[in-house]
Design a protein around this ligand. Sequence first.
Ligand code: HEC
Length: 106
Amino acid sequence: MKSLLPVFAALAALAAAAPAFAQEDGAKLYQEKTCWSCHGKDAKTPLLPEYPKIAGQNAQYAERQMLDIKSGARANGNSAAMNGIMVLVNEKEIKAIAEYVSKLKP
Ligand code: HEC
C-alpha cells in the first residue's frame, strides 16, 4: 500500500496545476489550430479588414459565437471561412481559446 503514495502525490500535484494548464492551452490552441492565420498572431490584425479582431473580446460572447458558427446557427456572409475551422476544435477547446483571447489587449 505504501507504494501508492507517490502516485497520489503526483495526482494531487497535477490537480493543483490544472488551472494554469487551461490558460496555456488557449494560447497553444490558438497557434496549433491556425486561428492566427485569419485573425492575426495578436488576434487584432486580421488577414482581411472585414475579418473580426477578437483580442479582448468578452469570453462568453466569443465562446457563444464560435459554438453558433460551428453549429451553423450563425451563418453570415463570412461565416463559411470560420465554419471550416470549427471542425478542428471541440467545446472544451473553444472555451479555453475564448478565455485566452479575452485576456489579450484589444
Ligand atoms: C479561414 C479564416 C479563419 C480562421 C482560420 C479562423 N477564423 Fe474565426 N472568424 C473568421 C471570420 C471570417 C469570422 C466572421 C464570421 C462571420 O462573419 O460570421 C470569424 C469569427 C470568429 C469569432 C467571432 C467574432 C465576433 O466578433 O463575433 C471568433 C471568436 C473567432 N472567429 C475565433 C476563431 C478561433 C479561436 C479560431 C481558431 C480555432 C478561428 N477563429 C479561426 C475567419 C477565420
